[in-house]
Ligand binder design. Structure first.
Ligand code: ZN
Length: 160
């Protein structure tokens, strides 16, 4: 069986940044399932896994543009500190959920002064070149319901 559209693929993975630092990994956890061909994972990785088999190890470098996109400087904005009423100590690095024209987004506080808070609404991995080390642990056909929902059900997937 090979990785193809509408297959549920289970993988062990390690995600590293440009300096080789580990950003995320399935090590010590259950392998991660995803539905192939449904944009569950970033495009640059999904493309490379196409046609692979159980046990295959795939190392792929994904440039930022094929990962979480390039950073958009316009998504760094200063907002009045009064927008953060009820938050006692705003500090760089804190993350908040913000409502935007595109729906809910996580924003990261970059800087704070007496009147304004500078927030960055870019994805934390935007502009970061990534490398994945993936080993395929399982491949099965998706159920009709999974195909319709566009995601995996059961262990490691959506529980509903
Ligand atoms: Zn579902």
């Amino acid at each position: 069986m090979q990785v193809a559209k509408n297959m549920v693929v289970t993988m062990d993975y390690t995600l590293r940044g440009p300096d080789g630092q580990v950003i995320d990994s399935s090590e010590g956890k259950a392998p991660l399932p995803y539905l192939h061909g449904a944009s569950n994972i970033i495009p640059g990785l999904e493309k490379e896994l196409e046609g692979k088999s159980i046990g295959d190890n795939v190392k792929v470098k994904v440039p930022a543009a094929e990962g979480y996109g390039e950073r958009d400087p316009q998504m760094v904005q200063s907002v009045p500190r009064s927008n953060f009423q009820g938050v006692a100590n705003i500090a760089p690095g804190m993350q908040f959920q913000a409502r935007t024209g595109d729906g809910a987004r996580i924003v990261t506080v970059m800087a704070v002064d007496d009147n304004e808070v500078t927030v960055d609404a870019n994805h934390p991995l935007a502009g970061v070149d990534l490398s994945f080390d993936v080993t395929i642990r399982g491949i099965r056909a998706a159920t009709t319901e999974e195909e319709q929902h566009g995601h995996v059900h059961g262990a490691g997937g959506h529980q509903h």
